[in-house]
Design a protein around this ligand. Structure first.
Ligand code: ZN
Ligand code: ZN
Length: 557
C-alpha cells in the first residue's frame, strides 16, 4: 500500500516511480528519475538554451533540488546518448549529485571532453557500458537496446525491477539504413514485449508528424546529386554530433573530387570523439579551415557549425564577414542540412539574409526537404514501436504539451490501456492498474550565469530582467545628525537617464527627494528610505512610463 504523505524516499515498499525534473512539456533539459526499493536512478541530465527573455543566459539546466536533497538514495546517472539535451547538464549539476555516471563509449568520450572545460576531469566516476550490455545500478537491472537517431550510440533502456519493467526509449527513430551504427535491435524489443512491458516512456518530438522520418541513406544520395550542380565553394551546416551526416557530406564531396574541411570547434571535438571510437573510419583526415583556404573553390566542401543561428558559431561569423579564414562570394552555396529547433528561427533567418546579401545561394530543407531527415520518430514509427512492445502504460516525454498530448492519443489508439501526459515535478507510480500521480515535488530551471547557477525566477535574474527592460536607478542620500541633507542627493540611472539630456528630470528628482527628507526630520532611517523610494518610483513612472530597478542608499553622518 502506498502512503502518499511520505513518498519522498523512493518507492515505499515495492512501488516503481517515475519523476521527471526536466524535459516534460518542453524539448530540452531532460532529467528523469526512476525510484524503486528506496533508491533513485537518474536517466539523462541535459541542458536547454536560453532565449531573449532571459538576459545573459546561454545555457539552462533543470533544478535538481529534489534529488540533491535525496542524494544518499541516488545510485547513479545513466545517459542514453550524447546530445546536449541529455548530457549537457552533467558538468554543471554533477558537483551537487556526486554519483557514478554510466554511458556507452562514444557518449563517455563526449562527456570527458566537456568535463575538461569545467576542470572536473578525473573527478567524475564514468562507467563505460558496452553497447547492448546489461548491468546493475542499485536495485535497477538495466539493459541497453540499440536504436537509431542523429548521433552514434543512441540507447533505449529496459529498466527491470521487482515492480515491473520500463522501456525508456531515449531519442530514437527507425532507420533501416542509418549508415553509422547498427539498425534498431527489434529482436530485443520483441523479446521484451514477451517478458511484459509495464510502461513505455518515450520521445514525443515528432508525434504531430505523419508518416516516417526518412533514412540517412536518402540524405546521402540527395547531397551527392546536389553537389554536382555547384561549381564554386560549397558550405554545409549541420549539427556537429550528427556523425552519419558528416560522413554523408564527406562521401558526397569525394564523389565530386572535393576535399572536406571542418570549420568550428565543436565539429573538431565531435570528430575526435567519433574517431576515438572507430567511427568515420574509411575517411581521410579532414582539412582545417586554414588548409582549406588554399584549396581551389571548386575542389572543397566545408562543414560548418552554426546551423541553429548561434551567434558565435562559424556560420554567423562567415555571414557577417568576420571569419578569419573563410570568406564567401557570389557563386558559393550554403546548404542547411538541419532543421530549425523551435525558437531559433529568427537567428537563423538573420544569418541566411546575411549570406544572401553576399550573393551566396542558400539551400534549406524548406525548399529541398531531401537535405535533412529528422532523428525522431514520426507517427508511423511510434505506432510500430507500440505494436512491437505492447506496454500497459504510455508516458510521453521529450515534447511540448501539444506533442505529448498527440503522442498519448496515438498510444491509446494503438491499444495501450493507459496513457498519462506528465509535467516536470510529478511523482508518478507505475502499476499494472495504470499510472497514478502521488505527489508533486519542486521542479524548475537554473541559469548558467558565468560561474554560478541561479534560479531563473530568483532575485538576481528578476533584477537582471527588470534592468534590461527598464534600466536602473540608484540615489545616495546623506543626512546629518539633525536629519538635514548634508549634500545634494546623488543620482545615477544607467540605461534610464542620460545626464547630458535629462537634466530637468534629474533636477525634479533631486527636488522631490529634498522635500521628502525635509518633511521627515527625526524619522527613522527606514521611513526616510521608503519615502524617497516611493517618490523616485512615482516620478519616474509619471515622466517616463518606466519601472526601473531602484535602490536608495541612505548614509547617516
Ligand atoms: Zn533529445
Ligand atoms: Zn537526441
Amino acid at each position: 500500500m502506498t502512503n502518499p504523505s511520505a513518498p519522498r524516499r523512493a518507492g515505499n515498499g515495492d512501488d516503481l516511480l517515475f519523476l521527471p525534473l526536466g524535459g516534460s512539456g518542453e524539448i530540452g533539459m531532460n532529467l528523469n528519475l526512476y525510484g524503486y526499493a528506496g533508491k533513485w536512478v537518474i536517466v539523462d541530465c541535459g541542458v536547454t538554451f536560453g532565449d531573449e527573455g532571459i538576459p545573459g543566459a546561454d545555457v539552462i539546466t533543470p533544478d535538481p533540488s529534489f534529488i540533491e536533497e535525496n542524494r544518499r538514495d541516488l545510485v547513479g546517472i545513466v545517459l542514453t546518448h550524447a546530445h546536449e539535451d541529455h548530457l549537457g547538464a552533467v558538468p554543471y549539476l554533477w558537483p551537487r549529485l556526486r554519483c557514478p555516471v554510466y554511458a556507452t563509449p562514444f557518449t563517455a568520450s563526449v562527456l570527458r571532453r566537456k568535463l575538461v572545460d569545467v576542470k572536473l576531469e578525473g573527478q567524475v566516476p564514468i562507467i563505460e557500458i558496452p553497447l547492448s550490455d546489461r548491468f546493475q545500478v542499485g536495485p535497477f537491472d538495466i539493459e541497453l537496446i540499440r536504436l537509431t537517431h542523429s548521433i552514434p550510440e543512441p540507447n533505449a533502456l529496459a529498466i527491470r525491477t521487482g515492480a515491473g519493467t520500463v522501456l525508456h526509449t531515449g531519442d530514437w527513430k527507425f532507420d533501416p539504413q542509418p549508415l553509422v551504427g547498427d539498425v534498431t535491435d527489434t529482436e530485443k524489443l520483441r523479446s521484451l514485449s514477451d517478458e511484459g512491458v509495464l510502461a513505455l516512456i518515450g520521445d514525443s518530438t515528432n508525434a504531430l508528424r505523419s508518416g516516417h522520418s526518412g533514412s540517412e541513406a536518402d540524405v546521402r544520395k540527395a547531397l551527392t546529386a546536389l553537389f554536382g550542380k555547384y561549381w564554386n565553394r560549397i558550405v554545409v551546416s549541420c549539427f556537429a554530433s550528427n556523425i552519419a551526416r558528416i560522413e554523408s557530406i564527406a562521401v558526397a564531396a569525394m564523389e565530386h573530387g572535393r576535399h572536406v574541411a571542418l570549420v568550428g570547434r565543436s565539429l573538431w571535438r565531435m570528430n575526435d570523439a567519433a574517431r576515438e571510437n572507430g567511427y568515420l573510419k574509411g575517411l581521410p583526415d579532414f582539412l582545417t579551415e586554414d588548409e582549406a583556404a588554399d584549396v581551389p573553390r571548386d575542389r572543397i566542401v566545408m562543414i560548418c557549425t552554426g546551423s541553429q543561428g548561434e551567434p558565435r558559431a562559424a556560420l554567423a561569423r562567415i555571414a557577417g564577414e568576420e571569419h578569419p579564414h573563410v570568406a564567401l562570394e557570389p557563386g558559393d552555396t550554403v546548404i542547411f542540412s538541419a532543421r530549425a529547433i523551435p525558437g531559433n528561427e529568427r537567428a537563423i533567418h538573420r544569418i541566411q539574409n546575411g549570406l544572401v546579401e553576399l550573393g551566396v545561394e542558400v539551400v534549406t530543407d524548406e525548399h529541398h526537404p531531401e537535405v535533412h531527415v529528422s532523428g525522431h520518430p514520426a507517427r508511423d514509427e511510434l505506432v510500430a514501436m507500440y505494436q512491437m512492445t505492447r506496454p500497459r502504460i504510455a508516458i510521453p516525454v521529450h515534447g511540448e504539451p501539444q506533442h505529448m498530448r498527440a503522442h498519448a492519443e496515438l498510444a491509446q489508439d494503438t491499444q495501450v490501456p493507459h496513457a498519462l501526459v506528465p509535467e516536470n515535478g510529478m511523482m508518478i507510480r507505475l502499476s499494472p492498474d495504470g499510472p497514478e500521480v502521488l505527489d508533486r515535488v519542486h521542479a524548475g530551471r537554473l541559469v548558467v550565469d558565468g560561474d554560478r547557477l541561479l534560479p531563473v525566477n530568483g532575485a538576481v535574474m528578476r533584477g537582471r530582467n527588470r534592468m534590461l527592460w527598464n534600466g536602473a536607478l540608484v540615489a545616495t542620500v546623506v543626512v546629518d545628525g539633525k536629519g538635514r541633507l548634508a549634500t545634494k542627493p546623488q543620482i545615477s540611472a544607467p540605461g534610464l537617464i542620460d545626464p547630458e539630456t535629462d537634466g530637468e528630470l534629474l533636477e525634479s528628482l533631486t527636488e522631490s527627494i529634498e522635500q521628502g527628507v525635509a518633511g521627515l526630520r527625526g524619522a527613522p532611517d527606514e521611513q526616510i528610505r521608503e519615502d524617497v523610494l516611493r517618490r523616485v518610483r512615482r516620478l519616474i513612472k509619471a515622466r517616463t512610463q518606466k519601472k526601473p530597478a531602484v535602490d536608495i542608499h541612505l548614509v547617516r553622518l
